[in-house]
Ligand binder design. Structure first.
Ligand SMILES: Cc1cc2nc3c(=O)[nH]c(=O)nc-3n(C[C@H](O)[C@H](O)[C@H](O)COP(=O)(O)OP(=O)(O)OC[C@H]3O[C@@H](n4cnc5c(N)ncnc54)[C@H](O)[C@@H]3O)c2cc1C
Ligand code: SF4
Length: 324
């Protein structure tokens, strides 16, 4: 049995208290929401914070608000609440569907939207217990120096694997961040860096308080995910798609790939292919074809990376076809 290392658990009651405790704890501190990612990582000694700041008793983080200016979903809202919320299902069905595909019902009753957005990157050489990683002399992401996926690589290539992220970016969502210096808002897209270790652009002390979604205003979104089993598996290729039509033509499109790099990947060539055309089988086929080139999965998750690259076309096609 894998045991948690020793740590001090401090319950925060407000956002201000949480950011202060975390700042005081320094680099040895970590936030925890549902703990479905952090605690397994701690058991595998991938993260060993001495102080863990519990967020589940911060009421502000569990708020959901809906209005003419869009929606605010608190970072601490449970995934099961997001997927069941009728206002999410009607205004942002693509997001509700993406959240429904995350792991299993018990984990969605523990895991939060914020924890998902900030999920650690994944790799076959990293998501292993301590002894397994020790047997290969570890790797660059934790305790080692080399990348076993690409030994010449100067950076870690662990994969962005959170299901909510591609569709949030496609829907134009923003992340609200709080720190002792105040609050700021950035597009969710700007939250990520293509580096498997330093995969977030936010500072370690910044607390994600929630996600802001613009009003649908004619945008419709969808999500498709490749995984080995129909449930309980992380995406090894995923597509978030959103399209706004004017008349019968696509006015704007956003297409985002997950599971192929350390950051979500915007498919700008495919977006350009769709602009100004009716969303029909021909336009979808052309956009799907333009997605294969930029999709460069690495050999560090389930399935062959060449097959995942090939499947990009099919999954982009499926995500766009769902919007017909
Ligand atoms: C068996 C299994 C299967 C899974 N399958 C999937 C899957 O299919 N798809 C998927 O996307 N995920 C999957 N997950 C991962 C995880 O369950 C979800 O991503 C979940 O949403 C994480 O949320 P959490 O609240 O538990 O995060 P936590 O574990 O609490 O936190 C995750 C990270 O975010 C940080 N954090 C959390 N909240 C905040 C905040 N408000 N501000 C700043 N930092 C914060 C933590 O410090 C930690 O680094 C799976 C996990 C398991 C164990
Ligand atoms: S991509 Fe390389 S450095 Fe990153 S976790 Fe995998 S083996 Fe380690």
């Amino acid at each position: 049995m894998m045991r948690l290392p020793r740590f001090r658990y401090i319950v925060a009651r407000t956002v201000a208290e949480a950011v202060t405790i975390k700042a005081d704890a320094g680099p040895g501190g970590a936030y925890v929401a549902g703990g479905t990612d952090l605690y397994p990582n701690m058991k595998r000694r991938q993260q060993t914070p001495g102080v863990v700041v519990g967020l589940s008793r911060v009421p502000e983080l569990s708020a959901m608000r809906f209005g003419s200016d869009g929606a605010f979903l608190g970072a601490g809202v449970l995934l099961s609440r997001v997927e069941r919320e009728p206002r999410v299902r009607s205004a942002y069905p693509g997001l509700a569907h993406a959240v429904e595909t995350i792991s299993t019902p018990p984990l969605r009753n523990m895991g939060t939207l914020g924890g998902n957005v900030l999920l650690d990157t994944r790799c076959n050489y990293y998501d292993q217990n301590y002894e397994w990683r020790q047997a290969i002399d570890f790797c660059m992401k934790k305790d080692g120096t080399i990348c076993w996926v690409a030994p010449a690589s100067p950076r870690c290539l662990a994969v962005q694997s959170a299901d909510s992220v591609p569709i949030l970016i496609a829907l134009g969502a923003a992340a609200v961040l709080a720190s002792p210096a105040g609050e700021r808002q950035i597009p969710v897209e700007e939250l990520y860096r293509n580096d498997g270790i330093h995969y977030l652009t936010k500072t370690p002390d910044e607390l994600l308080t929630g996600i802001r979604l613009p009003p649908p205003d004619g945008w419709r979104g969808s999500y498709r995910k490749l995984r080995r089993r129909g449930a309980f598996d992380f995406p090894v290729l995923s597509v978030g798609a959103a399209v706004r039509r004017e008349g019968d033509r696509v006015a704007e499109a956003r297409l985002v790939l997950g599971g192929v790099a350390s950051a979500p990947l915007r498919l700008t060539a495919s977006e350009a292919v769709l602009a100004g055309r009716p969303l029909d089988a021909g336009a979808i086929a052309d956009a799907a074809a333009a997605a294969t080139g930029p999709s460069r999965p690495m050999d560090n998750t389930d399935f062959s990376f060449l097959w995942r690259k090939e499947m990009t076309r099919n999954y982009v096609k499926a995500a766009l076809t769902a919007l017909l």
